[in-house]
Design a protein around this ligand. Sequence first.
Ligand code: S3P
Length: 176
Amino acid sequence: MIVLIGMMGSGKSSVGRVIARALNLLTIDLDREIERRTGLSVAEIFAIHGEPYFRQLEEEALLRLAQAGKPLVLSLGGGAVLSERGMEALKHKARVVIYLQASVPELLARLKRSRIKRPLLENAADPHARLVELLHVRRPLYERYADFTVDTDGKLLADVAQEILGVLESYSKGCR
Ligand code: S3P
């Protein structure tokens, strides 16, 4: 299992799809998986049940996927790293965890172009400040769980995917 972590807008889902195709693996996006099981969108879960309930569903999904241990590319939601239990379980099963890093201005620009609703930003008076705040809490977690980090600022999706495929190749040769 190859796991992609990072902030919302860092490109995890798109990059996940590209590298899964290249490696002939299945890809799962944790948010879409939660939506599939609940029949609600992430935005609806936040609106109807609140963030703590979403985090509970997220942790359950992490534990389930770790338990299944299938060979796939798994893209996590930006806040999934908040679940220590889920992440520790996943770390045990994952071949590699990759942190897609991006600066706040780059994240904001990408999120503006996205059609997916991010409840944590929708309600923020100042989305820039909100992202800075979230990153402050999460960066240490991304760094703690990642085996390696890819800086995605100013890079094309295809180039980020290529960089990851290159690192994975050296991983499988055991020379890191
Ligand atoms: C969240 C990120 C989102 C989604 C939810 C909460 C977060 O996923 O899980 O809106 O806490 O950062 P993406 O990182 O895929 O946007």
